[in-house]
Ligand binder design. Structure first.
Ligand code: MD3
Ligand code: FE
Length: 214
């Protein structure tokens, strides 16, 4: 190994439970391509706080890119091909996003991952996501790839059967988690974001969630 082959950033692979692999720093070297990508998507499909079927306004602001976008409103949770706020198709997944998702899935043992949906979550101070399962996708055999950018957060992840006994894992700027196999339907959430300022994202945390939805 020559000097030029040395990694620029330390990277660590941690199996946080069966089927869930944390790739620490996996997205660090491309973070400066991902953030302009988020800005570009949001210039077409703006961040918005959606309403749950139960009538709660979500504290996390969301937008999407890809053929399918995840939405919620009084009628329920689902994927749509058009942004309900504009009636236009969701913007395409930027090439750098797609490449990262494929490489992360591959590194976790899921070769050939081809996401058709990328949900972009934006957390401001206090924003959180209560424990839930991701079950609006067609094929639970396909993994989910999650990319954390900006301020740190705490993921909670529990069992497939129930919300009890959830464990915490801290995620930082550039971390990627791949959830597949027996972890695919595990309950999970994100604790309320603590106030802070990150050099890349200011007062926010962003999360890219790649899915094969259709
Ligand atoms: C999947 N977002 O949008 S996925 C979501 O940080 C969502 O915004 C998280 O959950 C966020 O639906 C990132 C984190 C996650 C954690 C545990 C899981 C996804 C998981 C366990 C099983 C399947
Ligand atoms: Fe989720």
């Amino acid at each position: 190994m020559t000097h030029s082959d040395l990694p620029l950033w330390p990277e660590t692979r941690v199996e946080i439970r069966e089927g869930a692999v944390l790739l620490r720093g996996f997205a660090l070297s491309v973070a400066d391509e991902l953030l302009p990508g988020i800005r570009e998507v949001a210039s077409v499909a703006e961040f918005r706080n959606m309403v749950t079927p139960g009538g709660h306004v979500m504290s996390v602001a969301m937008t999407n890119c890809g053929r399918l976008g995840w939405v919620t409103d009084s009628k329920g949770y689902r994927y749509t091909t058009e942004d309900p706020s504009t009636g236009k198709r969701w913007p395409e997944i930027p090439e750098a996003f797609e490449k990262l998702a494929r490489e992360a899935a591959d590194a976790a043992g899921f070769s050939g991952f081809a996401p058709d949906a990328c949900l972009i979550n934006r957390y401001a101070v206090g924003a959180r996501m209560t424990l839930h399962q991701d079950r609006n996708e067609q094929d639970f055999g396909q993994p989910i790839v999650s990319v954390s950018l900006g301020l740190p957060a705490t993921f909670q992840f529990g069992e497939v059967e129930n919300r009890r006994g959830a464990q915490n894992v801290a995620v930082r700027h550039g971390d990627v988690v791949v959830w597949g196999g027996t972890a695919r339907l595990a309950y999970h959430g994100v604790l309320a974001l603590k106030a802070g300022v990150h050099e890349a994202t200011g007062e926010y945390r962003f999360n890219l969630t790649f899915r094969r939805a259709g």
